[in-house]
Design a protein around this ligand. Structure first.
Ligand code: C2E
Ligand code: MG
Ligand code: MG
Length: 544
């Protein structure tokens, strides 16, 4: 569904660009015809271009309107010969206007019909006709938009589908398929796509997190009692799981055979699920990532992007968060969620954090040189906090850089602090005394309470994005977020909510007195070279 939505938004963008073109083209063509001597020359035919474009993009009625405007601009408003001032005959311009209108209307109708037909054909082709669930054609049609790298593919087989059909009929069976599809869609938090791959087979594609946990979750969902027309059904499933860890160019469905084979294995061995053994591949990937890390820092494969933080009161940007990106020469874009845990297992994490700090300091200075003192936060790893040299080394980099320490913020997760709370307290105290701000990242995902955290010197609580995902629809989430914000504020913290993807979510947390937000609704993380222009453009604040 996401992809269909994206297609719609791509078309909206084309409409905006096309609309602007038409608005500029109409007076421009008028001027061109006028300054080249009038309609006696051939230039008037250029008017067909905006008419046809508006037909293709906006359908018959708007293009008809454009046709009339075009006809008038090149009609009563335009002489036949500008030099002599000779006007056009009424019949002459009226006839042209009529031709414009007919072309506009026919072009608009045809393109609208064609577009609707394409949408219907895509819908028919890409969805199973009985169940209305996306099918394998969906994957084929949208394959250029689907990247399976770092995704988990799960095959779910319904083993006793023939029995169900024989006893209860196809209608009940189709309802069962849809119920299962609906449950998977609603209950999997990191699902990407659910596809009906065969009459008794589903493929679930989701972002890889913890494969075992994902498997357990799937088993839990499919084993929930399914009642169709009041009849509780006995359904037998087999599940196979394949984690895509190689950087595939997705050009065939053959990659799905790995999880299919596992599902069949789970069927034969009567296991709840079977996970494809990726260990060799995984080890090679991990080894390569670790081996190439230091070099990647030097050759620019690793870089920082900056995501703005917005003040909800003024809707102005108040700073950025620096986030790491790695465009690996062999594996392509690797997410920090994948490579940072690997780096954290080695001393390279020191090199990583030092590099992020130094690069961020340069960015802060670049902003200050333009007279814009803006705070930038960096993420501190749990491993940094347990490193005895971390404090001295970090303060050395900061002091030598002579950066204004008030403009630096460290984001630390609550679980990182809890590894060694006493030690963390000393380190955090030292940082805050130097003027560096501390934010608790991903708050709500760990087990600590706000009152426990109040022993630590903290400035801001960042509520994890998982809370915002369903905030617009889920009242219990609303209550949790509301009470967390109000308690945090009572304790004297500033509160930021992460992962704001839509206006409604922003409005809700504003109502709860949240101070700051961060999320795709306001801005995705921005490349280093685009941060200043972005700031200049948005410094006056977003529109309400
Ligand atoms: P984080 O610090 O909680 O960063 C926020 C993550 O949420 C970022 O993912 C960001 O791109 C994403 N995000 C922001 N707005 C939205 C939104 O509206 N919707 C959704 N769905 N996501 C949003 P990213 O960049 O992939 O980073 C993931 C995590 O990797 C970070 O989580 C942080 O824990 C870690 N990380 C990133 N850069 C660094 C770094 O330089 N050092 C360390 N130690 N960890 C880092
Ligand atoms: Mg963070
Ligand atoms: Mg976070």
């Amino acid at each position: 569904m996401e992809i269909l939505k994206q297609e719609k938004s791509d078309f909206k963008k084309a409409q905006i660009i096309g609309g602007i073109f038409v608005l500029i083209a109409l007076p421009a063509i008028y001027l061109l015809v006028y300054y080249t001597g009038g309609v006696k020359y051939v230039y008037s035919h250029i008017m067909y271009i905006p008419i046809i474009i508006s037909g293709v993009l906006f359908g018959p009625w708007i293009s008809l309107f454009v046709g009339i405007i075009g006809g008038i601009l090149l009609g009563p408003l335009m002489p036949l010969d500008v030099e002599t001032g000779e006007p056009q005959l009424f019949l002459n311009w009226m006839c042209r206007l009529l031709v414009f209108v007919v072309v506009a209307f026919i072009g608009g109708c045809t393109s609208k019909k064609l577009r609707n037909n394409i949408v219907t054909i895509k819908q028919l082709l890409s969805h199973n006709q009985e169940t209305n669930i996306p099918n394998t054609n969906y994957l084929k049609i949208f394959q250029n938009k689907i990247n399976l790298y770092q995704k988990t593919i799960i095959t779910i087989l319904i083993n006793n589908h023939n029995n169900i059909i024989d006893v209860l009929g196809t209608a009940v069976y189709h309802k069962l398929l849809f119920t299962l599809y609906d449950d998977l869609r609603k209950e999997l938090s990191n699902k990407f796509l659910v596809v009906q791959a065969d009459s008794n087979k589903f493929w679930v594609i989701q972002e890889t997190r913890d494969v075992e946990a994902e498997a357990e979750k799937i088993v839990e969902i499919i084993n929930k009692e399914k009642k169709i027309n009041g009849i509780p059904l006995y359904v037998e499933y087999s599940v196979g799981i394949y984690e895509v860890i190689d950087h595939y160019d997705f050009d065939s469905l053959s990659i799905f055979t790995n999880s299919d084979i596992c599902a069949r294995q789970s069927q034969l061995q009567q296991l709840n699920y079977v996970i494809y053994d990726n260990s060799k591949k995984k080890k090679r990937f991990e080894y390569e990532v670790l081996m190439s890390f230091s070099q990647a820092l030097k050759n620019g494969e690793i870089y920082l992007v900056y995501q703005p933080k917005i003040d909800l009161e003024t809707l102005k940007p108040i700073g950025f968060e620096a986030l790491m990106r790695w465009n690996h020469s062999r594996y392509g874009e690797i997410s920090p969620i994948v490579f940072i845990p690997l780096i954290e297992q080695t001393r390279l994490i020191n090199e990583l954090t030092n590099w992020v700090l130094s690069t961020t300091i340069k960015k802060i200075k670049e902003f200050c040189e333009r007279g814009i003192p803006t705070t930038i936060s960096i993420n501190i790893s749990a491993k940094n906090l347990i490193d005895p040299q971390f404090l001295t080394r970090t303060m050395k980099i900061i002091n030598e850089s002579k950066v204004d320490k008030n403009l630096l913020e460290f984001e630390i997760t609550e679980s990182a602090i809890m590894i060694n709370p006493e030690e963390s307290k000393v380190i955090l105290k030292e940082f805050t005394e130097e003027g560096i701000k501390i934010a608790i990242d991903d708050f709500g995902t760990g087990y600590s309470s706000l009152s426990y955290l109040s022993r630590f010197p903290i400035n801001t609580i960042k509520i994890d994005k998982s809370f915002v995902k369903d905030i617009t629809t889920n009242e219990s989430i609303q209550r949790v977020v509301k009470s967390t914000i109000s308690l945090a504020k009572e304790l004297g913290y500033k509160v930021l909510v992460e992962g704001i993807e839509e206006k409604e979510a922003s409005d809700i947390v504003k109502e709860y007195q949240c101070d700051f937000v961060q999320g795709f609704y306001f801005s995705r993380p921005i490349k280093a070279e685009d941060t200043l222009p972005w700031y200049e453009e948005n410094r006056k604040g977003f529109k309400r």
